[in-house]
Structures are given as C-alpha cells and as structure tokens.
Design a protein around this ligand. Structure first.
Ligand SMILES: *Cc1c(COP(=O)(O)O)cnc(C)c1O
Length: 346
C-alpha cells in the first residue's frame, strides 16, 4: 500500500478501477494499419476539441515534441522557445539529437513577447546565421510554475511568426489546465498554431500517451516521423480507451487540482519564509524557492519531507516543485504543506 502523499508530478497517478475496466474492454486493432477503432475515435475527438483537421497518437509528450520539431524544421535551423521550456531542459537534448536544431530560449517566467520573438529571430540573408524557422510556446509552462500564457500575447507572437515566415508549435501537454484556468476553449487556445501537442498522462490521469493535432498534410508528415522514431504502435486501443475515459471523467475535475494547489501554496507561504509568488499559482503546479537563511538545500529538504511521507521534487539547488492531481485530495495537500512548514521552521 502506498501511503505517501506524492506531489512530485501529475504523472504519478494510477489508472482508476473504472479506467482499467474501460481499458480491459477496449475495442482494438492494428494501429499501423489505421485499424484501431479506439485510437481512431480518440484522434478524431481530440482533433475536434482542438479545432484541427487531424490528430496523431504519440507514446509520450517527449516524442510528440521531437516529431513536431522534425516536421516543422530542418537540421541546422534555430527554434525560438520560452526560457526553461520542456524541449530545452527536459528532453535530454532531443531537439539537437533528433531534429538537429538549436533552441534559443527567450523571455522570463515562462512568457515572452512578440517583440522578444522579433528580436530573437535571425535575419535570413545574413551568411553566418542559422535560419530561424519555428517558434515554440509552452502552455501551461511547467518550470515557471504552471503559469498560463496570456492568449492576447500568444496571438501577437504567432502574428509576428507568420510575418517572419516561422512555423508555430504549441507544447500544450497541460493545455487542459490552461483552458480550465483561463476559461478559454481548447480550440481557441490552439487556433494560432500549426501543430499542437497535448498529453493524457499528466492531469488527465491516463497511464500514457500524447497527441499532435494540426492540418491533414502536416499530420501525414508527422506520421512518417513517428514511424521513423519507432513510435508507431499496434493494439494501442488499450491506451486510447484510457485517454477517452479520462476525457469523459477527469477533464471536468481539473479545477479541483487547481484549488488544491492554491490551498497548498497558501498554507506554505503563510507558515514558512519561502519565496513563492502566488501570482504564479494559476493551475496545478507550485514552484517555490528556499530562503537564503534556510540551511538545507532543495534535495535535502525533499529527502527530509520524504522521510515524513511527503514527496516533492527538487527542481534546482534551491527550487522545489509540487504538483497536485487526482490521486491527492485537499486534506492531503494541506497535510503536505504542514509537513514542509514544520521542516522549514527548523
Ligand atoms: C511532461 C511534459 C512533456 C513530456 O511528456 P512525457 O510524456 O513525460 O514525455 C512535454 N512538455 C511539457 C510541457 C511537459 O510538462
């Protein structure tokens, strides 16, 4: 039995009994022949939700990002992305290794402006510059604390991108959370982008899977890159059934995670001298920094918390991340904050 309060990530959720039942009775076929009914249903549904012509199953969000980069760039190109984006920090250099591109990180706190994109885009006629061909936006932004990008700025960014002949990619692994927090429809958030990635394995609580959505021709290109990377699967309907179940039953409960994250952050900030900007606590992620006066570093604090049954992640030498999800309730989040407050008072 697992009694720890696990706030390391929203990926630690386990399939519920109902989700497992949906998986067990899933209609399946060979997805490499396009014959998996559950995957076809999921792809159609997600394409509709995101307002795109087509969508493609990917085994992970990391592969979705890699396939998107391969589909929208050429080796030697430069990609402009938000500072500390997942593609630059959490994919083991996959952008360089798999797509042969370099990432130029801009902005602050997960956000950047259209003017910053314009300044970062290298002029094409200059002999020595790499060609900037893509702008990548992450919404919500993980390392910045799950912040939602203002859609007005996203529209301005993508307008500048069009003018400068850059493609636009949205890493929306947690776009569901952005939609809930902003009250804006998924297709509105996705509209300015050529390709959009979403994940089923984060707040939605499915055991795996992501999807890329976009125009039919571009998704056909992505399909070939997926196959080349070894991401084309067979009776994938078992996974797709879990994702369909998550869309039916877990999407609507995301506001609970957001409220729990806020309660956790509020309790922590009220009780301990951590650096925690409550303005960043917009969804299900809480990122905070240890005060200079505190003698332990983040990994040490996390180890002490673990000994008391609370699991959080060291995100830097003095930075800690906690994420709420469907396997932790309000009382557990408050208890976890209480344990951290006590440790920080020592
Ligand atoms: C988790 C995450 C990914 C990668 O998803 P995996 O399924 O873990 O590979 C990509 N982008 C963002 C913003 C994420 O949070």
């Amino acid at each position: 039995m697992n009694t720890a309060i696990d706030l390391r990530s929203d990926t630690v959720t386990r399939p519920t009994a109902a989700m497992r039942a949906a998986m067990a009775s899933a209609e399946v076929g060979d997805d490499q022949y396009g014959e998996d009914p559950s995957t076809n249903r999921l792809q159609g549904r997600v394409a509709d939700m995101l307002g795109k012509e087509a969508a493609l199953w990917l085994p992970s969000g990391t592969m979705a990002n890699q396939v998107a980069l391969r589909s929208l760039t050429r080796p030697g190109d430069e990609v402009v992305a938000s500072r500390e984006s997942h593609a630059a920090w959490h994919e083991v250099g996959g952008a360089a290794a798999n797509a042969g591109v370099q990432i130029h990180e801009i902005g602050h706190g997960g956000v950047f402006t259209a003017e910053e994109l314009r300044a970062a885009t290298k002029p094409r006629h200059f002999a020595i510059f790499p060609t900037t061909t893509l702008v990548q936006v992450e919404n919500t932004h993980n390392r910045a604390g799950g912040v939602v990008l203002p859609q007005q700025e996203v529209l301005r960014i993508c307008a500048v991108a069009r003018e400068l002949k850059l493609a636009c990619f949205l890493d929306g692994a947690r776009l569901w959370n952005a939609s809930v927090a902003s009250g804006m429809a998924l297709d509105t958030l996705a509209a300015p982008f050529d390709l959009v990635a979403v994940a089923f394995s984060k707040g939605l609580g499915a055991p795996g899977g992501s999807m890329l959505a976009g125009g039919k021709d571009l998704i056909a290109v992505a399909d070939r890159h997926r196959r080349r990377m070894g991401g084309a699967m067979r009776q994938n309907g078992i996974f797709s059934a879990a994702a369909l179940h998550a869309l039916d039953h877990h999407l609507a409960r995301l506001p609970e995670d957001h409220a729990n994250a806020f309660a956790f952050a509020d309790r922590l900030r009220a009780g301990a001298p951590v650096q925690l900007d409550m303005a960043t606590v917009q969804t299900n992620i809480v990122v905070f920094h240890l005060p200079p006066s505190f003698t332990l570093d983040a990994p040490q604090l996390c180890a002490q918390a673990r000994a008391q049954g609370v699991l959080v992640n060291a995100f830097g030498p003095r930075t800690v991340r906690a994420v709420t999800h469907l396997d932790v309730d309000r009382a557990q989040c408050e208890r976890a904050a209480g344990v951290l407050v006590e440790l920080l008072a020592r």
